[in-house]
Ligand binder design. Structure first.
Ligand code: NDP
Length: 250
């Protein structure tokens, strides 16, 4: 797509093709954003998400990039900004897990999760901040986790990445507060997606037991919180962690 001037706000969602990312893309499209949907390997899902976004009357494109690759991150954010002529919102949603007790966890398990969940957000934010600072407007939303706040046995790598995202969020919030750029985190609890479908029945049972709401959450419930933080109306909210967890982290 060629560069074009546009009056609609524009958003980029990493890992936006499926799961929580797809729900975020749709919530933003519904709210009137043009949407860039990043994917690593799920191209068909990302194209399908783009079609679903367009049904809300906005523009949407799928962009391939691996967030573990710094050059991909820079290129992704710049391409997103050029596609719609602006970039108002970055949602760092791409994430993986590689759960093991620490005695069995290898360095590769730790690096993969940190490289995707934390360093990917760092590299995308670095390029986005530069653009948003120039615009004197922006919203960065990092998808953390209840596990980043409270820890979880068998998820030391994942918890470290998600706690790191909260530190990144608060630090960037302080760096850019005076420039019209807000940086917040959303911390989902136990949400129904491919990631949680892969859990054992015992682990699912234990997770459900810890949710006061007594049920698993839906991706749309996370997406609604992201859409709220992405709106222009939240100009005085920055450095916050909004839990969407049915009370799990209380
Ligand atoms: P899914 O496993 O369903 O989806 C993961 C998404 O991340 C996919 O879109 C995938 O894209 C993308 N992704 C993974 N690796 C990369 C990469 N290297 N580069 C670009 N994109 C990548 O997970 P969820 O939807 O459940 O999770 C979304 C976010 O929410 C994650 O950050 C997760 O940690 C977080 N979260 C989820 C919770 C849950 O209960 N489900 C709870 C708390 C937080 P592709 O398919 O193209 O590889």
């Amino acid at each position: 797509m060629s560069e074009q001037q546009n009056t609609r706000p524009a958003a980029l969602v990493t890992g936006g093709g499926r799961g929580i990312g797809r729900a975020i893309c749709l919530a933003l499209a519904k709210a009137g954003f043009d949407v860039c949907i990043n994917y690593a390997s799920s191209s068909a899902a990302a194209e399908e998400t783009a079609e679903q976004c367009k049904a809300f009357g906005v523009q949407a494109v799928a962009l391939q990039a691996d967030v573990t690759n710094p050059a991909d991150c820079q290129n992704l954010v710049e391409t997103a900004a050029n596609t719609f002529g602006r970039l108002d919102v970055l949602v760092n949603n791409a994430g993986v897990n590689a759960d093991k007790l620490i005695l069995r966890m290898q360095e590769i398990d730790f690096d993969k999760v940190i490289d995707t969940n934390l360093k990917g957000a760092f590299f995308c934010s670095k390029t986005a901040c530069k653009l948003m600072m120039r615009q004197r407007y922006g919203r960065i939303i990092n998808i953390s986790s209840v596990v980043g706040l409270h820890g979880n046995a068998g998820q030391s790598n994942y918890a470290a990445s998600k706690a790191g995202l909260i530190g990144l969020t608060k630090s960037l919030a302080k760096e850019f507060a005076a420039r019209g750029v807000t940086v917040n985190a959303v911390a989902p609890g136990f949400i129904e997606t491919d990631m949680t479908a892969a859990m054992s029945d015992a682990a699912k049972e234990a997770a459900l037991h810890a949710v006061p709401a007594g049920r698993i959450g839906h991706a749309e419930e996370v997406a609604n919180a992201v859409a709220f933080l992405a709106s222009a109306e939240t100009s005085y909210i920055t450095g916050q962690v909004l839990c969407v967890d049915g009370g799990m982290g209380m």
